[in-house]
Design a protein around this ligand. Structure first.
Ligand code: ZN
Length: 257
């Protein structure tokens, strides 16, 4: 518990790295481990995740470095309402004027700025950022020539949202997170009585998603460091399956009677 708090306090994985194209119209604009993605369309741009509060200036600088303008970002999406992915969203909204769309199940946590989290309590607050538009499971979000689909994959948070899109003929998956941090109370948590069932249904749902290009809210999920500079390595269906398998095995061990 203390270790996790220290890791968050030190803003692990928040070192600046150079932005780059991943596949088609999908670009990396995040930090060394805390991710952010820019999706370029013919009607403006979409950003997925805002990092920590102090990642937001890096994301904006990365967008400019790639030759795009923050004011052309029209939509901001989120994986989940934790400080390392939602902390920078308020700053990104103010800098871009973009609309913020998020799962209706995640909206209360985002509006509370991470307070009263059913697992983390009040430990990891961030600038509150209530969504402009609430999304349902399987809802499509279209901007110009690009359509993403929101897949509700609860467990890590109630409204944890895994995004998918097709880019350059590939199925791209932005995994929310299927991790269960050690301090999570999975069984017998009065604030989340069906947490185990939620994880199990999300594992099944994630396994069924077609995936060529595996991305997610942390670079560590998809081995970002080893893929930078090697575009072909981002085509990694096996890495996606292996990650899910590893996380599910760890989860099963955690909740085994
Ligand atoms: Zn998280």
């Amino acid at each position: 518990m203390i270790l996790a708090a220290l890791l968050f306090a030190a803003h692990t994985g928040n070192n600046p790295i150079a932005p780059f194209r991943i596949v088609g119209n999908v670009f990396y604009v995040g930090a060394s481990d805390v991710t952010s993605f820019l999706i370029v369309t013919n009607k403006g741009h979409i950003v997925i995740d805002g990092g920590y509060e102090d990642t937001a200036p890096m994301i904006l600088a990365n967008i400019r470095t790639l030759g795009f303008q923050p004011r052309d970002v029209k939509l901001i999406l989120n994986s989940h309402g934790h400080t390392d992915h939602a902390g920078g969203i308020d700053a990104l909204r103010r800098a871009t004027g973009a609309k913020f769309l998020a799962a209706k199940e995640e909206a209360p946590l985002l509006a509370r700025g991470g307070l009263d989290d059913p697992q983390f309590g009040d430990r990891f607050p961030f600038p509150p950022t209530p969504p402009d538009t609430l999304l349902q499971d399987n809802q499509k979000v279209t901007l110009g020539d690009t359509t993403l689909v929101a897949h509700l994959t609860p467990g890590h948070t109630h409204g944890c949202t895994t995004w998918t899109l097709r880019a350059a003929g590939k199925d791209v998956v932005f995994l929310c997170s299927i991790s269960a941090p050690t301090e999570y109370k999975l069984v017998g948590n009065p604030l989340w009585p069906n947490a185990v069932e939620d994880y199990r249904s999300s594992f099944a749902k994630l396994r069924a998603l077609p995936c060529d290009v595996f991305l997610g809210s942390h670079g560590g999920f998809f081995d970002l460091a080893a893929k930078i500079g090697h575009p072909e390595r981002f085509i990694d269906p096996a890495g996606y399956k292996a990650h899910l398998h590893r996380m599910e095995a760890a989860f099963n061990k955690r909740v085994a009677p």
